[in-house]
Every structure is written in C-alpha cells, then in structure tokens.
Design a protein around this ligand. Structure first.
Ligand SMILES: CC(=O)N[C@H]1[C@@H](O[C@@H]2[C@H](O)[C@H](O)[C@@H](O)[C@H](O)[C@H]2O)O[C@H](CO)[C@@H](O)[C@@H]1O
Ligand code: ZN
Length: 304
C-alpha cells in the first residue's frame, strides 16, 4: 500500500528547548509552517532564562544581579513569540520556575539550576507531556546541546530519557498509556550553508549595527552536510521566524538576514531550517533530503 501523507490535523510535533528564545532561533520556520498547516505543535521550555543578560539598556533592571525578574519578563517574550508563530501550546517543564536557568558552563549557578536537576525526575515531567500529547515527532538538541550550554545539554538528556521512559508500559502508569515517538531529530546547520552565509556576513558588516561577526563554531549544531537528513524551507514563514526572534528583545537583535545575541556578535539568521534524523525511519530516498518532519509516517501512526 502506498503510504499517503497523514492529514495535517493528526500531526503532532513536540519541541524541547532550554530557554525562551531557543525555539524561535532554532525552529521558528518549522513551528510556523506546521502550525499554519493545522498540525498540533507543542513547545516545552525547560527554564525561564532567569540568568540571561539583557540587551536593551532600559530593561537592564531585570537582570539576575539587579531585580532578578528577567525570568518573568521572558515568559511574556515567549508568549509574544508564540503569537508570531501561531503556536498555542507552550509549556514550561514542571511548570514556570520549576527548573532555573543554570547560567553558562562553569558558573556557580550551574548546580542549583536545571543542570543540577535529577535526570529521571525532570524526565518524568516530560513523560507526562509526551503521554498526553502523543507526538509522532520530537525535535531537540544533540548531545552537546548544540553549543555546550549546560541547560541545552540537560534538555537533550531529559528529552531523550523521557522519550525512552514514555515508551515503557511499566513506567509510571499514572502518567498515562505508554507512547513511542516515531521520529526524533536534532537541530542542525549544514557546514556549507554556514560557511556561505558567514562569507556574505563578513562582507556586510560595515552596514550593520555590529562591528564583529561570530564564528561558525559559535553556531549551534553545525555538521558536515552529509549528516543532515531534512530541510524545512522558509517559504512564507521566514518573516514569522524573524518576528518571533524579535519578540525575545532582551536576548536577540535582528537586522534581517542577520541577528546578534547580547555578545554583540553578528551571525546569520537561518530562515531555512535543517535537521538530522537520529531515531526512526527516513521518509526520503537515499541521498535525498526529507522536506517534511512527518515524511514516511504511515496513517496508522497518526492516531497512535
Ligand atoms: C541562545 C541561548 O541559549 N542563550 C542563553 C545564553 O545566553 C548567552 C549568555 O548570556 C552569554 O553570557 C552571552 O555572552 C551570550 O550572548 C548569550 O546569548 O545563556 C543564558 C544564561 O544561561 C540564557 O539565559 C540564554 O537564554
Ligand atoms: Zn538557550
């Protein structure tokens, strides 16, 4: 029987991220596309981003070493970003503030933050979401969290651990019937795409508000092109991604097609988004890129 693409309304996508802003930076195009197509898009953000820096001078008072209200403010930024993407289901792991932003690797805030959380305790919170939403597709970071931030590494660990536990019928029956996620993807950027965009960026710096560019090593998830399995083209959704990134105004400045974080280093805004399928069956011929995260899923999977 030829597998027909599942009707959009039965498609369920779960994304697991560390801080408010990661979802728009990594997956804004993808989330906007699937929301527009009528799929159920669920975002789980593991912390409120309480330990972040603050770009706008008039918001500097929010900082963790000042009023320490940045986390609450970033809840509002995330709400606004989700409206730009058309996403209505976004949750904080264990509820807002359950796990605190750990700060950059090596800081004293690491152990009291999400980085120091018990893996199975945090994963159980995500199992509850997985068994409720029953997604066919999960998107998260690779083992290094994309760029080595402790909350990103922990988000990867919790996401993969929860995917395993959610599939175990004997695990926490109180959290609902077991569910196996059919496809798991890591956020990726093909090296050739990164190199090409950075070459253009370096030539444009004189016309941008930032005097320096980041380097490819600063971009989360850059891999050799051969490791990339899936491309979600921006099409009409690139504008929504840029708008969602702008909504995270304490963390991101956008001058399309570039952006900068609080380190003031310009980097490409990748409107097309790329993934590596790490669990499940590829829905494309060998050597071909998937153009849909749900590619290859048989109809019966949709109602699993
Ligand atoms: C994109 C991302 O994961 N941002 C994190 C990160 O923020 C960086 C951090 O403040 C660093 O010190 C800056 O130089 C850099 O410009 C920031 O992007 O870490 C924060 C603290 O854990 C986190 O809140 C933010 O979301
Ligand atoms: Zn982050």
């Amino acid at each position: 029987m030829t597998e027909q693409p599942a009707p959009p309304e039965s498609r369920r996508l779960l994304l697991v991220h560390a801080h408010p802003d990661d979802e728009s930076i990594n997956n804004g195009t993808t989330m906007a596309r699937y929301a527009a197509e009528g799929a159920e898009v669920t975002l789980v953000t593991c912390t409120l981003g309480e330990e972040g820096e603050v770009i706008p001078a008039d918001l500097a008072h929010l900082a963790p070493d000042r009023e320490n209200t940045l986390g609450t403010h970033r809840i509002g930024e995330l709400d606004r970003a989700m409206k730009e993407l058309g996403v209505i289901d976004h949750r904080f792991l264990g509820g807002p503030g359950r796990f605190r932003d750990s700060g950059m690797m090596g800081l004293a805030t690491n152990d009291s933050g999400f980085w120091g959380a018990d893996l199975d305790e945090a994963a159980a919170e995500l199992v509850a979401v997985i068994r409720e939403v029953r997604p066919q597709v999960l998107v998260t970071y690779d083992e290094n969290g994309g760029y080595g931030h402790p909350d990103h590494i922990q988000a990867h660990r919790v996401a993969l651990r929860a995917a395993d536990l959610a599939a175990e019928p004997a695990f926490r029956r109180d959290l609902g019937p077991a569910h196996t996620i059919a496809k798991v993807y890591y956020n990726r950027v093909p090296r050739s795409v990164a190199e090409e965009r950075f070459e253009v960026l370096r030539g444009a710096l004189g016309h941008l508000p930032w005097s320096q560019a980041a380097v490819i090593g600063d971009v989360p998830g850059v891999v050799d092109d051969a490791a990339v399995t899936t491309k979600i083209e921006a099409g009409p959704y690139g504008a929504a991604k840029a708008a969602a990134m702008r909504a995270h105004a304490t963390q991101v400045e956008v001058v399309e097609p570039w952006f900068a974080l609080s380190n003031n280093l310009a980097q490409p805004l990748f409107a097309d988004e790329y993934y590596e399928l790490v669990r499940g069956e590829l829905g494309a011929s060998a050597g071909q890129l998937e153009d849909d995260l749900f590619a290859g899923l048989p109809l019966e999977e949709e109602n699993a």
